[in-house]
Design a protein around this ligand. Structure first.
Ligand code: Q46
Ligand code: ZN
Ligand code: ZN
Length: 302
């Protein structure tokens, strides 16, 4: 396979684009795609301060690297969940982030350690509450959202960026569709505008396949944590990913099509009513906007 741009040996082939590229041209192509998404969905500008949630995995480090490379004012946020899972997952993820920063002297990182700040690790909170029965992910998701919102608002960030890629978005969309979760479908988007104190949420990798983000990290020599969080193993989202991968194998581009058609349908007004129904007010304890009456779900948890 030859690079379409220069004819040298290609290192990566993207079936959905019928495009093969050499290392040098791939490292040009990928950030261009990210920037196109940022502009297309009006995620942020070069004047904005962007907080990037980093886990030490390939997607978030790739995103941070690309944003820094494109000259955006991107700072990192690491949330220490206190997950061990037999491999010291949380410690290892912080090590990878620190390794990443060692070669990028200007990069700034904000750290929130859950056990240190709140007295319990995520698996411990999950074991204590109804919500977390069996798996800590429900509790974890809510804690991460809360901490991210808080860090973004306290640091006066204009946008909060996460490394969700197309595979993530398609899998979540698949799950939401399977159960017709209208509220979730209404809120699933490349950009969720700020609401009061809640920062704008953006997903600049939402049109890029997981293997494309992985290829970028590998070619760029980013050392990331290969293991997923141990609690992700066997999750329904991962099962949906496998299903969609089978579909993709038969018809390249199927995942992208599924996601983009959904966005188009939303643009045409699907789920509009559900979007208008959400009303927020400040939590009695912490002041963060919430839909729950009285205390927000985070404050209830602790
Ligand atoms: S970090 Fe948290 Fe995930 Fe681990 S405990 Fe579950 S939700 S799997 S993205
Ligand atoms: Zn080339
Ligand atoms: Zn609260």
């Amino acid at each position: 396979m030859k690079c379409r741009k220069c004819g040298r040996q290609a290192v990566f082939n993207m079936r959905r684009h019928k495009l093969a590229l050499c290392a040098e041209h791939y490292l040009e192509w990928f950030p261009e795609q990210v920037e196109r998404a940022i502009n297309k969905y009006k995620m942020f500008t070069h004047d904005d301060k962007v907080l990037v949630a980093v886990s030490g995995g390939k997607d978030s480090l790739t995103l941070w690297d690309v944003l820094l490379g494109l000259g955006y004012r991107a700072e990192g946020l690491y949330i220490g969940l206190g997950v061990d899972g037999g491999l010291g997952y949380s410690d290892l993820s912080l090590e990878k982030i620190e390794g990443f920063m060692a070669t990028r002297p200007g990069a700034a990182l904000h750290k929130v350690d859950i056990p240190e700040s709140y007295g319990e690790s995520v698996p411990e909170v999950a074991a204590r509450t109804q919500r977390g029965r069996g798996k800590p992910c429900a509790v974890c998701g809510l804690i991460k959202r809360y901490v991210m919102n808080r860090a973004a608002s306290e640091g006066n960030f204009d946008a909060l960026a996460t490394g969700h890629n197309l595979d993530d978005e398609a899998a979540v969309l698949f799950g939401n569709t399977l159960h017709w979760q209208v509220g979730y479908l209404a809120r699933q988007a490349p950009v969720l505008e700020e609401q009061g104190d809640l920062a704008r949420k953006v997903k600049p990798l939402c049109r890029l396949y997981e293997r494309e983000a992985a290829a970028y990290a590998l070619i760029k020599g980013i050392d990331y944590i290969y293991d997923e969080c141990p609690h992700a193993v066997g999750s329904t989202t991962n099962r949906y990913k496998e299903l969609l991968n089978e579909l993709e194998l038969d018809s390249p581009g199927a995942k992208l099509q599924f996601y983009l058609s959904f966005l188009k349908a939303k643009e045409q007004g699907l789920f509009q009513q559900a979007m208008e129904q959400v009303t927020l007010h400040p939590c009695e304890n912490c002041g963060q906007p919430t839909t729950a009456p009285g205390l927000c779900t985070f404050c209830r948890l602790w």
